[in-house]
Design a protein. Sequence first.
Length: 292
Amino acid sequence: MPEDDSRTAAEPEEKSSDKGHRSWLDRISSALSGEPTTPEDLIELLRDVQTDGVIGADTLRMLEGAIGVADMTVGDVMVARAQMVTLPADASLPELIAQVVESGHSRFPVHGEDKDEILGILLAKDLLRAVATEHGQATIHSLLRPAVLIPESKNLNVLLREFRQSRNHMAIVIDEYGGVSGLLTIEDVLEQIVGEIDDEHDEAGDEGTLIAAQADGQFVVDALTPIADFNERFGADFPDDEYDTIGGVITDAIGHLPEAGEELTLGRFAFRVARADARRLIALLVSVDAEQ
């Protein structure tokens, strides 16, 4: 009899747990009951789910990024040729080491006399290993790994899958004439999903730069500026119970993902979208009416 009483007493707790679990699933099912037929519909439903507290803001951003990647091409996010760090094949090993150290990168396209002639990819670790073990006798040609060439029109989601399967981390982007137009790394693709990825070579961001005063009296405000920081800086009272950042407030007030140039006035603040991409609001230009 005591054992039966113990089992009976435990049953309400299990039912309570099941109820909470069902409630979570019901909220997801309810939000998705509209059967979205476009990526935009799905994103809108996910935003509703986030507003209900089922998922966090960071999770929402990653889901939006993953959906957005399907519509993006290599040409949308590649590092342009003018910004590429490349190495000449005829440079000496000490010269190569100096350039590698100065740039802070780990992978480098190596070119011949013509910069459109990509001979391969040099990994910094291969170069350092050769210097340490072969006493500087190795040639750059013996250290090169094959270069992956891709067109600007290649879809990012396809490239990400190929990166994972081949374990390559860099691809050279070729234009329609066969010339080099840029490069792309697996980090560049992942940043479209999870946001910017800083490494030890990236300069640490200064929190003060989230809000930068301009000579004309306006302010450039990073969209990720916490609402509490914005309120403190400007003596504002924007609520932070639904959104964490000022960008979230503006996006909600506009009613859609803002585009560069869109304007909005909230109280004594005039907001103009300074920068935005297909996935998120990046920066705002803010004017403050001191007389209100």
